[in-house]
Write a protein that binds this ligand. Structure first.
Ligand code: DGL
Length: 264
């Protein structure tokens, strides 16, 4: 048993898609979340910057005495997960392997699409991970540079969002039966993405898949919080406006939360 919290990080609100699923599955675990909204989006940044910024968030989470760290960001996972995992003595999870495995299980046609940020797609990490497990699966990747700004500005229900998503996804329409949402911001656009692709396409939320793996790891290392532990409050931090973060976070998580601004 270990009643310490679990640390989650992302460039912004996207990581909350992992947190929401995690809280649903393991409501007695405590969450510390940090989002680097002042420097989001990470996707178009050079790898060295993404590496440095992610390490800053990791150092911040370590000051909170976390028992595990989840990189709730595909972009950070593609650049720096291996390095962080090798250097820390607590478990560190990324979001890419769980999404890749789920895509292999889901596809019937053997044709999988992957949506992601500039860095995630350039790294080609989803294709490599998917084909390492299933070489015959065809992977078509697509950069969606306009999705994260739409989510961060809370415009995911707007007509602009619909237009952008429909236009961006055109090249994949009719070509895949499974589509990986390879950025944790994208599940916030899920209804529009599903409509654009049509009902026959299965969407894989890499964050939700990761939440399941967190539970497996907690069991494996025997570091679950005691079920009878009095649940103290979750903590949410952002490097930008707490009010903007809170608006999106409370409607997505369906609960009141406190948000503090932090300087990394
Ligand atoms: N949510 C992140 C991801 O999963 C990062 C998006 C960004 O900041 O570009 O890739």
């Amino acid at each position: 048993m270990d009643n310490r919290p679990i640390g989650f990080l992302d460039s912004g609100v996207g990581g909350l898609t992992v947190v929401r699923e995690f809280m649903r599955q393991l409501p007695h675990e405590r969450v510390i979340f940090v989002g680097d909204q002042a420097r989001a989006p990470y996707g178009p940044r050079p790898a060295e910057q993404i590496r440095a910024y992610t390490w800053e968030m990791v150092q911040f989470l370590l000051t909170k005495d976390v028992k595990m760290i989840v990189l709730a960001c595909n972009t950070a996972t593609s650049v720096v997960w291996e390095d962080i995992k090798a250097k820390l003595d607590i478990p560190v999870l990324g979001v890419i392997l769980p999404g890749a495995s789920a895509a292999i299980k889901s596809t019937k046609s053997g044709k999988v699409g992957v949506l992601g940020t500039q860095m995630t797609i350039t790294s080609d990490i989803y294709r490599k991970k998917i084909q390492a497990l299933s070489p015959e699966t065809e992977v078509t990747s697509l950069v969606c540079p306009r999705f994260v700004p739409l989510v961060e500005s809370n415009e995911m229900h707007s007509s602009l969002a619909k237009k952008v998503v429909y236009e961006t996804l055109k090249p994949l329409k009719g070509k895949v039966d499974t589509l990986v949402l390879g950025c944790t911001h994208y599940p916030l656009l899920r209804p529009i993405i599903q409509n654009a692709m049509g009902p026959g396409v299965k969407l894989i939320d890499s964050g939700a898949e990761t939440a399941r793996d967190i539970s497996v790891l907690l069991n494996y290392f025997e570091i679950n919080a005691a079920r009878e532990a009095i649940r103290s409050n979750h903590e949410f931090y952002t490097t930008a406006s707490p009010e903007a973060f809170q608006g999106i976070a409370e409607s997505w998580l369906g609960q009141r939360i406190e948000v503090e601004r932090v300087t990394l």
